[in-house]
Design a protein around this ligand. Structure first.
Ligand code: ZN
Length: 409
């Protein structure tokens, strides 16, 4: 057993509501706090002085100077398993080329599919681990990773196996999601329905057998998959025990309605959501995930985060780190920019990066510093937690702890 601290401000993010708007005075702050850790889990948080009295035999792991500590961040939506680059897309888009122009000239998602297919499983592992460690250095201790650039049974399996291997090569905890329903591959001889049926029949059983994915995702959009073919696909996935998550309302509405109808754990993107979708999500158990990295990458509008919170939704913020629309991968920077544009409180941003993000992944023991939760937390060298969003990602963590061990800093 050990006591880690003292922390000038300790924000355990406990006893806060799962849904709705939050003002900063709802943030629990323990001044000169400490964390008791045993076997990688939290035993208790309290003032450092109280903990020294309560646990006289505990080992002490002391911090120096001003330090703010809070739960490790959770990035619930990433595509960090890919090969190649899409720098050309960014340049072409900014030169006024359309989605179709870019695809015709060899860019777009199909170019990433080709480059990911060309990469070996080992090369993909190298890429994932490199990006995972970069997220870890920003204080992210759990990240979801999607497949979706393989788009055949064999290639989706290669990606998900690479994600499974990577999990053992980084301290970042990875949660795998199957996104075989990303787009209809150009080389598939059949329609959308036939493609999804192939995945249900040939891919789903192997995913279960090898425990390769916890969640099933689909991109519901005019140029991807429509509600009619996706709902039966999701129903099949649910029968097998997969959690459902949806790329919803990115350019047009429809996806979030499917998400609520099938009981998805989260509906992600929502840049095109109107008040109708906002209220539907707020009245459901589906977490609304904002992806400001995609807004910044594409130069489009932000997810209506303020409206979602005011309507009572559970708002989560994730990076969507991917080669096409969100190549940045700076979660804290993105969340801080979203806060400036959507007028979010610090409490709303930090909740969206911790316990509300954990709920989007239905991971019950992360995102808060309370008894029996994993001792995943992050420290910053400052005496005021407000500096974290104020500096928009420039203030990097001074320490990153996973299951009570300091893995960075
Ligand atoms: Zn995405």
């Amino acid at each position: 057993m050990k006591i880690i601290g003292p922390f000038t401000q300790l924000l355990p993010m406990t006893n806060m509501p799962l849904k709705g708007a939050l003002s900063d005075d709802t943030l629990p702050i323990i001044k000169n706090g400490g964390i008791v850790v045993d076997g990688g889990k939290i035993v208790e948080t309290d003032t450092y002085t109280n903990l020294l009295k309560k646990y006289p035999k505990a080992t002490l792991q002391t911090t120096n100077g001003n330090t703010v500590a809070l739960p490790g961040f959770v990035d619930s939506h990433t595509h960090i398993c890919w090969g190649g680059t899409r720098a050309m897309d960014f340049a072409m888009r900014n030169a006024g080329k359309t989605y179709m122009d870019i695809a015709r000239e060899g860019g777009g998602i199909w170019s990433t599919v080709q480059n990911t297919r060309k990469a070996t499983k080992e090369e993909l592992v190298t890429n994932i681990v490199h990006r995972a460690n970069y997220l870890l250095s920003q204080g992210v201790t759990t990240a979801e990773v999607k497949s979706g650039y393989g788009l055949s049974v064999e290639e989706e399996l290669k990606m998900l196996r690479a994600i499974q291997i990577s999990h053992h090569c980084t301290k970042l905890h990875l949660i795998p999601t199957c996104l075989a329903a990303h787009t209809l591959p150009k080389d598939f001889d059949g329609n959308h329905k036939e493609y999804l049926e192939l995945m249900e029949n040939e891919l789903f059983p192997i995913l279960k057998e090898e425990n390769l994915a916890k969640r099933m995702d689909a991109f519901i959009e005019e140029e991807a998959f429509d509600a009619k073919v996706t709902i039966p696909y999701f129903e099949k996935a649910k029968e097998l025990g997969f959690d459902i998550t949806v790329h919803a309302d990115q350019f047009s509405t429809g996806g979030s309605e499917v998400a609520v109808e099938v009981g998805a754990v989260s509906a992600d993107h929502l840049e095109a959501s109107t008040q109708k979708e906002v209220e539907m999500l707020a009245n459901s158990d589906t977490v609304a995930t904002a992806l400001p990295g995609a807004t910044i990458g594409l130069g489009v509008t932000f997810t209506p985060a303020r409206a979602l919170l005011d309507a009572g939704a559970c708002l989560n913020i994730a990076s969507d780190w991917n080669p096409g629309s969100a190549p940045q991968g700076l979660l804290l920077t993105q969340a801080s920019i979203l806060a400036a544009f959507q007028k979010l409180s610090n409490a709303e941003v930090l909740a969206g990066l911790t316990y509300r993000a954990a709920h989007a992944l239905r991971e019950d023991y992360i995102g808060k510093l309370e008894k029996d939760f994993k001792a995943n937390f992050v420290t910053f060298n400052t005496d005021n937690y407000q500096e974290i969003t104020y500096q928009q990602g420039r203030l990097l963590p001074s320490g990153v702890y996973v299951e009570g061990e300091k893995v960075m800093g």
